[in-house]
Design a protein around this ligand. Sequence first.
Ligand code: E4P
Length: 218
Amino acid sequence: MKFFVDTADVAEIDDLAATGLVDGVTTNPSLVAKSGRSFVEVVREICGLVDGPVSAEVTALEAEAMVAEGRALADLAANVCVKLPLTFDGLKACRQLRRANIPVNVTLCFSAAQALLAAKAGASFVSPFIGRLDDQGQDGMQLIADISEIYAQYPRLETEVLVASVRHPMHVVEAAKLGADVATLPPSVLRQLIKHPLTDKGLDAFLADWAKTGQSIL
Ligand code: E4P
């Protein structure tokens, strides 16, 4: 399973990328607003920090304008992946950008039917938002299961399932059990995945015993 980080915070991405665990980045207009920085500058900087795809979202609503924005974003760096909303115009723009060989992440997916359409439009990634479904009493993970089952019926589809709106480590574990291609994680969730209280406790005990030996490795 690939891990993307879901943030426009360049310092966080730089820090997490040093672990070698970061395969890409997703941003959205809300995350860019939270960063308080210029969208173009942030996208360029992030693209310099990671080799993998960096999703940058258009804000136009009409297909031709989405394509124009998408082309401008793709010109910023070779690893930009244009993010388009799952709307009628978004799917039209997806088809056009993919014909130009520009990678596309179709976002704001909330149903299996929508995911099927994104794949038919040639999306490189589809982003089902599982946390937002859970938030309103629906089963976000069931959506990942349904999409995975449908895509498996059509091996020629190349769209990767990018699990989005991830809230906690068990979302990641359950999505991995379903074979999802990618999960995009808020930095806090990636840090939570690394931590376990027994790891900390065990390390404390090892170091206390080591100190008693009076030795040093270097
Ligand atoms: C994905 O690309 C989105 O940026 C993101 O996962 C949305 O998550 P949220 O529901 O926590 O805003």
